[in-house]
Structures are given as structure tokens and as C-alpha cells.
Design a protein around this ligand. Structure first.
Ligand code: NDP
Length: 264
């Protein structure tokens, strides 16, 4: 019988000393995950397009004793991402964890939506995931130590919705991209690639759905056995798990983290 190693068990959830790159760090989930990696002892390199928000977040994190820095980048632009990876490596020497938390939606019926609007969503939610993961993967391969990629997609990657031909398509594409990247990157290079698929959680854009009296909220609760909609910190545990050695046998998965949304 192969014994379980005590040191492994005691340290398997640790990300201490690792370097985590967080995209969409200016958003609801990205800012929470950036802080969470920092609280867990990782060095955090944060990115987004909004420099003022990144600067404010950096100050907030530093005040909490978190080792962090930021770089401004549009994740769909190759030249931005190339420069971003170089800046992160110049600052911290390597990248061990990637958390992809940026995203965008502009719901529109396909009959009203322009092809340009649809393409914008595809670039923001799908092409950008490809570009960021491709550049980080190359960096991790060059480092020769493996790595962890966690991509936040959506339960909408698995089911359609009115007005969502852009969002559902791009999130579905991102989930399949995650599975395909695992086939390219895990066995040969030790890079685990997984996605987290949430339902609604609180953000600036979704705040309006959290009125307990509203029909939207009540309808959601019928599909949420957990009895509430999510807060960004509900995903911290799973993201850290997928970023640590505890999840060493998990790759290519699109994991439900939705309060039981799929069960009823
Ligand atoms: P937020 O809207 O709070 O933040 C997302 C960040 O993405 C923004 O801060 C913004 O940063 C960046 N972003 C916005 N538009 C674009 C764009 N066109 N191109 C590139 N980056 C862009 O998002 P959440 O924290 O709510 O969501 C995080 C992830 O989870 C997203 O992928 C989202 O689709 C997904 N999700 C969210 C749900 C929810 O209910 N909130 C439910 C299910 C999935 P900046 O402007 O600095 O670039």
C-alpha cells in the first residue's frame, strides 16, 4: 500500500510564497481573490484596464500587509498581455498561479445585436482567456515547475438564455478551451487548468438582483437549494483549492460552484 505523506497533507492547501496573477482584479470577484491569495501568503500581481481602480486596490492590499503590484492590460490584446507577463516576472521572478476573473456582458436579442457587439463580447470573454492563458502557459513552461490556472466562467457556459448569444457562447468556448488546454499542458508540463462555473454573485452589475422582495431574486431561490445568492467570497475556498497541491489530480474540469443550481 502506498502511504499518504504527512507533510503533503499538512501543506496541501498552501499557496504561500507562490506568485499569483489575477485578471479582472478591479472587479467584484477579482479583487476578493487577489486579497485572498495575498492573505494566504502569495505574492499577487493584479491586472485590469482601469488604472485608478488597480492603484486603489494595491493601496488597500498593501495596507493589509499583502505583497502585491499591478500592471494595466487589456486581456484580449496580445501586446498588452506580453508586456504584462514580462512586468510580473520582472517584479516577482515567476508566475505560479493564474486566476482569470475578468468578464463582460451586454445582453441583447440576436435580432437587435450587431455583429460588432457580439464580437466584442467574444473578444472580452473568450479570445482574452486564450491570450492570457497562452502567454502564462508559455511562461510556466519556460520556468519548468508546472503551475495552476483557474478560469472563472459561468453556469451560462452550459445553458442558453435569452439575450445571451454572446455571453453563453463565449463562456461555453472558454470552458472547452480549459479542457483542451489541460490536454496540451498537464501531462507534459504539470500545468493544471480548471474552470469555476458560478451562478449570480454580488457585484456592481448584479446588485439589483439582491432585493429579497424582487421576483428575480425569488425566482433564483427556487433554483438555489443553498437558500441565497452568492457573495464573491463564496468562491475563495474553491479557487485556493484549485490553485494548490490539494487539487493535484484535477485538470480540464469545468466545476459547478453554484449553491446547487444544477440539482433542481
Ligand atoms: P465585474 O463586472 O465585477 O468585473 C469584471 C472585470 O472585468 C472588471 O473589473 C473589468 O476590469 C473587466 N472587464 C470588463 N469589461 C471588460 C472587457 N471588455 N474586456 C476585458 N476586461 C473587461 O465581474 P465579476 O467579478 O462579477 O465577475 C467575474 C467573472 O465571473 C466574469 O468572468 C463574469 O463573467 C463571471 N461571472 C459573474 C457572475 C456574477 O453574477 N457576477 C455570475 C457568473 C459568472 P477593467 O475595467 O479594469 O478591465
Amino acid at each position: 500500500m502506498v502511504p499518504v505523506n504527512k507533510d503533503f497533507v499538512n501543506n496541501m492547501f498552501s499557496v504561500e510564497g507562490k506568485v499569483a496573477l489575477v485578471t479582472g482584479a478591479t472587479g467584484a470577484l477579482g479583487s476578493v481573490l487577489a486579497k485572498a491569495y495575498g492573505y494566504a501568503g502569495a505574492k499577487v500581481f493584479m491586472t485590469g484596464r482601469n488604472e485608478a481602480k488597480l492603484k486603489a486596490l494595491e493601496e488597500e492590499c498593501k495596507a493589509e500587509g499583502i505583497e502585491c503590484a499591478y500592471g494595466v492590460a487589456d486581456p484580449a490584446k496580445e501586446e498588452d498581455v506580453d508586456a504584462l507577463i514580462k512586468a510580473a516576472v520582472a517584479k516577482y521572478g515567476e508566475i505560479n498561479i493564474l486566476a482569470v476573473c475578468h468578464g463582460y456582458n451586454k445582453p441583447q436579442n440576436i435580432l437587435d445585436q450587431s455583429v460588432a457587439d457580439w464580437q466584442y463580447i467574444m473578444d472580452a470573454d473568450c479570445k482574452s482567456v486564450y491570450v492570457v492563458c497562452k502567454y502564462v502557459a508559455q511562461q510556466m513552461v519556460d520556468q519548468g515547475k508546472g503551475g495552476k490556472m483557474v478560469v472563472v466562467t459561468s453556469q451560462r457556459s452550459k445553458r442558453g438564455m435569452a439575450g445571451y448569444t454572446g455571453y453563453c457562447t463565449s463562456k461555453g468556448g472558454a470552458d472547452l478551451m480549459v479542457s483542451s488546454m489541460a490536454c496540451d499542458l498537464t501531462a507534459k508540463y504539470g500545468i493544471n487548468v480548471n474552470s469555476i462555473c458560478p451562478t449570480v454573485f454580488r457585484s456592481e452589475l448584479t446588485e439589483w438582483m439582491f432585493d429579497p422582495e424582487s421576483a428575480v431574486y425569488q425566482n433564483f431561490l427556487k433554483r438555489e437549494p443553498i437558500g441565497r445568492l452568492a457573495e464573491p467570497d463564496d468562491f475563495v475556498g474553491f479557487a485556493l483549492f484549485l490553485s494548490s497541491e490539494a487539487s493535484k489530480y484535477m485538470t480540464g474540469g469545468n466545476y459547478d460552484c453554484s449553491g446547487g443550481y444544477l440539482t433542481c
